[in-house]
Design a protein around this ligand. Structure first.
Ligand code: PLP
Length: 409
């Protein structure tokens, strides 16, 4: 039985009363938050769709979507309703009990991908931790515990926990945090002979890839290499793990990026855009590996939280074929318009995951875009564009014309 509770009259600002009243938000942030992020000099206070507003009321077209998170933009109505409705029923329940949104989301993910089981967590790194644990356990169960090594690609990014850092094929992330989890070999993307050699010389459980290296500079792995890799892992009894944390949930114009290349992964991890702005990670297990985990083998207090899963259902249920074809169309528009434009050296990516290399210094371009009302991200030497998947064409065109004038001038 549910009783109607009187509204408590709580206001978020009341909680801040008396705290650091002499400081503005930027000063407070700099005083109290561990300085791991180099923030842009604006505070985002609100938004709607692909438009966000800063503390001075200045509007920006958001081409970053929280690094591929706000799949349907800021404060999307359907997404909000899904969350509000679930919060009013039950906001959290231990994984020791069944909850509807969690079960329905797992069913939807499996039906849309052909995978068989899902483990829910809270972030991309955790989704990858689970993928790595699943791959190691499966290889240990079927080939022996010595088959624990996982091959990942140089220039990849798989997360910030010690194990996903070890999986990440970029040395500079490793330096300060030794020793990392052992058992990873980093291969050159595209190099078939090298991978054959690695597999001959080592006891390998799995190969783990991003089809498009996001943090690594929006670099797609060569399509012919991916096709070959799909065959190679099968012939050599290796698992294929695809990290869809950034590329997933419609970003590349297919529900998951591996679907662009005809791959049949054994394990798929995703997060970021899955719940449209609430924290949720998912690790999907194919028919072959679906039995790898038993009671107690893995767990998470918040993983599969009903509010996050309700949010994800509201996102995933709208990513259908018609929606994906609009994503591809907008991506093609970006490619067409940016390729060969004055001041742009090269364009890479797929769907609404696009990188371009400007002739001018990167920080200068990003700052000028911001000055002119467009928020872009960077990835290595590229300007990275990851707009909301439903960004209106008019907002996209306006943002692109600002980018073009910034790059050209
Ligand atoms: N994997 C990929 C491909 C990513 O791009 C990221 C984050 O950028 C991660 C994993 C880590 O995700 P999270 O920051 O949610 O832990």
């Amino acid at each position: 039985m549910r009783e109607e509770m009187p509204a408590a009259g709580y206001k978020a600002e009341n909680a801040l009363k008396g705290m650091g009243e002499a400081m503005n938000i930027k000063e407070m942030d700099q005083e109290y938050i561990a300085p791991t992020y180099k923030r842009f000099p604006i505070e985002i206070v609100e938004g709607k769709g692909s438009i966000v507003r800063d503390e001075n009321g200045k509007e920006y077209i958001d081409l970053g979507s929280g690094i591929a998170v706000t799949s349907f933009g800021i404060a999307d109505d359907i997404w909000q309703q899904a969350i509000i409705s679930q919060i009013g029923k039950v906001q959290h329940m231990s994984n020791l009990y069944y909850t509807e949104p969690c079960a329905k989301l797992a069913q939807m993910l499996c039906e849309k991908t052909g995978m068989r089981k899902v483990f829910f967590s809270n972030s991309g790194a955790e989704a990858n931790e689970c993928a790595i644990k699943a791959a190691r356990k499966y290889a240990a169960d079927t080939k022996g515990p010595e088959y624990s090594t996982i091959v990942t690609m140089k220039n990849s990014f798989h997360g910030r926990t010690l194990t996903t850092l070890a999986a990440t094929g970029q040395e500079h992330y490793h330096e300060l945090f030794q020793p990392l989890t052992p058992g990873f070999i980093h291969a050159d993307p595209g190099n078939r002979e090298q991978l054959e050699e690695i597999v001959k010389e080592n006891k390998i459980a799995a190969v783990m890839i991003e089809c498009i290296q996001g943090e690594g500079g929006v670099l797609p792995l060569p399509a012919d290499y991916l096709e070959w890799l799909g065959r190679f892992v099968k012939e050599n009894d290796l698992l294929l793990v695809v990290d869809e944390v950034q590329t997933g949930n419609g970003r590349t114009g297919k529900l998951y990026s591996y679907m662009n290349f005809g791959l049949e992964p054994d394990i798929v991890s995703t997060a970021k855009g899955l719940a449209g702005g609430l924290p949720l990670g998912a690790t999907m297990l194919s028919e072959k590996v679906q039995g790898v985990f038993g009671y107690g083998d893995h767990g998470s207090t918040f993983g599969g939280n009903p509010v996050c899963c309700a949010a994800a259902l509201s996102i995933l249920s709208r990513i259908d074929d018609a929606f994906l074809s609009e994503v591809r169309e907008k991506g093609e528009y970006l490619f067409r318009t940016l390729s060969g434009a004055p001041g742009i050296e090269s364009v890479s990516g797929m769907g609404l995951m696009v990188g371009f290399k400007p002739v001018k210094p990167l920080p200068e371009v990003i700052a000028a875009c911001m000055e002119n009302g467009v928020l872009c991200l960077s990835a290595k030497d590229k300007v990275r564009i990851l707009p909301a998947l439903n960004i209106p064409k008019t907002d996209l065109e306006k943002a692109v014309s600002i980018i073009l004038s910034v790059c050209e001038a």
